[in-house]
Design a protein around this ligand. Structure first.
Ligand SMILES: O=C([O-])CC(=O)C(=O)O
Ligand SMILES: [Mg+2]
Length: 222
């Protein structure tokens, strides 16, 4: 398998540096409503999408939610679910076992998941709005997988990049990913130099001065 250079570079960054780069480049990509539900593990990868919608009485489902996406995904991918509800769970332990066996890095659910203890026991990272014991089976239906979804107003496409860590979740559109990563690298290097200066005893007010405060603003205005 060919190495995905952008995913590799992204794995050396964090959500805050990417968020600052998105600010600087005026790109919408930060999702704020989901948290690490199972294990404290950063995930980075290409997006495989799933879209769930409420099931109407006439509709029947010919497959279990999420299974087609797991089978379509490649090693290292991240499944991202537009989920409609945080009162029912469209993702749980058995799906996580299958995803883990496939080498999927983790799952991001704009809604709820269940079987949290089970998923902790296999060290599988899940980011979601909440956990509930109630299944989504028979309540939600899978409308599509590997098609455009929308997460908190952000259009997310298959093959976009995503990074999720303890601070939050950032999406990078495929066409802009290289530019965002380059910007984030510079931001992270600057922050590392600042951390070194603070550790060396320089006053924090001079290290984190006017220049830093307005750094992203200046870029946005240019
Ligand atoms: O079928 C469901 O509701 C999801 C689930 O519990 C699992 O994947 O184990
Ligand atoms: Mg289960």
């Amino acid at each position: 398998m060919t190495e995905d250079k952008l995913v590799k570079q992204l794995s050396n960054l964090d959500s805050c540096a990417i968020s600052d780069a998105l600010d600087a480049l005026n790109v919408n990509g930060v999702a704020t409503g989901m948290r690490q539900i199972t294990v404290q593990k950063k995930i980075v990868g290409r997006v495989v999408t799933v879209k769930l919608v409420p099931k109407t009485q006439e509709q029947t489902s010919n497959r279990h939610l999420g299974t087609a996406a797991i089978e379509a995904a490649s090693n290292g991918d991240v499944i991202v679910v537009e989920h409609f509800s945080d009162k029912v769970a469209g993702w749980g332990g058995n799906l996580a076992i299958a995803a883990s066996l496939k080498g999927i890095s983790g799952v991001i659910i704009d809604g709820a998941c269940r079987d949290v203890d089970e998923m902790k026991s296999i060290d599988f990272p899940v980011y979601a709005r909440s956990s509930v014991p109630t299944t989504a089976r028979g309540r939600l239906i899978e409308q599509s997988f590997n098609e455009k979804i929308n997460i908190e107003g952000i259009d997310v496409f298959p093959n976009d990049l995503v990074l999720a860590d303890a601070s939050g979740i950032v999406f990078l559109p495929c066409s802009k990913a290289e530019m965002i990563i380059e910007e984030a690298k510079k931001i992270m290097e600057k922050e590392e130099r600042m951390a070194t200066a603070i550790r060396s005893g320089l006053p924090v007010s001079s290290v984190m001065g006017q220049n830093y405060e307005t750094m992203l603003q200046k870029k946005l205005n240019n």
